[in-house]
Design a protein around this ligand. Structure first.
Ligand code: AOF
Ligand code: ZN
Length: 349
């Protein structure tokens, strides 16, 4: 018998994993005679998997015998940073494993289920994500990071008062939310114009992260950037500079330069995919947005809209020099944040 409320509990456990970086959030519950005997989740990148943590939380490991494990993701079958969880599950005598979803990671996908079945463990797969691991799932299904484009606009759809200045449009609640959006992504990217006009740090300031997002800037020539830019201030966050030239000076350890003749969105996304980066937040400006729209590399949008009309010569959020490139979005969510609105939407399938 399968009890959905136990799987819901496992998803709640999974969400407590705060520092899983490119690893998935995973939660597990051990149930016997309709009683929850133990709960656990994957706590930290590189640390024990949820299944093992849960078994470790049992008062007596013998209680696992003939029990049911509810686990949000297919238990792993590979020797990675830790030994395979399926071996442990079989070894302790669990008789039934209820799985939220098959692991999209090809190293495991289906192999964990097969191993369990081959060892006479009953397996059920519910095909539920619990609303977690959006980027993880996307990355393995599409072999590239999930790209979110994020910007703030006025009521007349502009991101600034003029091309040469930064305009702060939204209030404190939107600012705090945007910090959380940064924290939820593994890389944040801007173009050269935004780098020079806005001079951002691109760091997450409202929380202390074990793995802050990698800051990615696309520029023409790394050697022509002012050393006074905030992005060069000492930081625990990595900085990847995508340049057309090599750097002619030694840079601090947190900075890496990648060289190519052009840095099209496709190339950027491939570089990130090669480095196992599952999510990218593109934060401006309007030309880089246009580049991503042109290549249809926008999977999500997050817009903060402020109750102000700017008029004048400000830029639109997507400033394109091509006739049209339509991308449709759905699953629109609108939240009010102070006086501003947050509009969040996923690209239509
Ligand atoms: C996790 N936590 O609770 C489970 C995972 O890098 P490794 O060796 O820790 O392996 C990561 C892979 O293990 C991950 O992509 C997924 O396929 C599988 N399951 N991973 O980090 C967990 N159950
Ligand atoms: Zn595992």
């Amino acid at each position: 018998m399968i009890n959905q409320s136990f799987m819901d509990l496992a998803f709640e456990e999974a969400k407590q994993g705060e520092s899983t970086w490119t690893n998935p959030q995973v939660g597990a519950i051990i149930v016997k005679n309709n009683q929850v005997l133990a709960k656990g989740h994957h706590e930290k990148f590189g640390g024990p998997h949820a299944e093992v943590n849960t078994l470790n939380h049992l008062e007596n490991i013998k209680d696992a015998e003939d029990s049911t494990m509810y686990v949000t993701l297919e238990p792993c079958s590979h020797f990675g940073k830790t030994p395979p969880c399926v071996q442990k599950v079989v070894e302790v005598g669990i008789k039934h494993v209820v799985i939220g979803m098959q692991d999209p990671n090809p190293i495991v996908s289906g192999n964990g289920i097969k191993y369990l079945q081959d060892h006479n463990v009953e397996v059920d797969v519910l095909n539920q994500t619990g609303g977690i691991n959006e980027a993880y799932i996307f990355y393995y299904q599409n072999k590239r990071p999930l790209v979110t484009v994020k910007y703030a606009i006025s009521l007349d759809g502009k991101i600034n008062q003029s091309n040469h200045e930064r305009t702060i449009l939204t209030g404190k609640a939107a600012y705090l939310d945007s910090q959380n959006v940064r924290a939820a992504n593994q890389a944040i990217m801007i173009g050269q114009h935004t780098l020079e006009i806005d001079d951002p740090y691109l760091t997450v300031r409202n929380q202390d992260l074990d793995f802050p997002p990698i800051r990615v800037v696309a520029v023409y020539d790394v050697n022509k950037l002012s050393q006074d830019l905030n992005i060069f201030k000492p930081s625990g966050a990595k900085l990847w500079i995508l340049s057309r030239t090599e750097s002619n000076r030694k840079l601090p350890d947190n900075i890496e330069v990648f060289v190519s003749d052009t840095w099209t969105p496709d190339k950027v996304v491939k570089l990130l995919a090669k480095n196992n980066i599952e999510s990218l937040l593109v934060e401006g400006g309007s030309r880089i947005h246009a580049d991503f729209v042109k290549e249809k590399l926008v999977d999500k949008i997050i817009i903060y809209q402020a109750p102000i009309i700017l008029g004048g010569h400000g830029l639109p959020a997507v400033y394109a020099d091509y006739p049209s490139s339509e991308i449709k979005f759905d699953k629109v969510q609108i939240t009010q944040l102070g006086d501003d609105f947050k509009i969040e939407s996923r690209r239509s399938e």
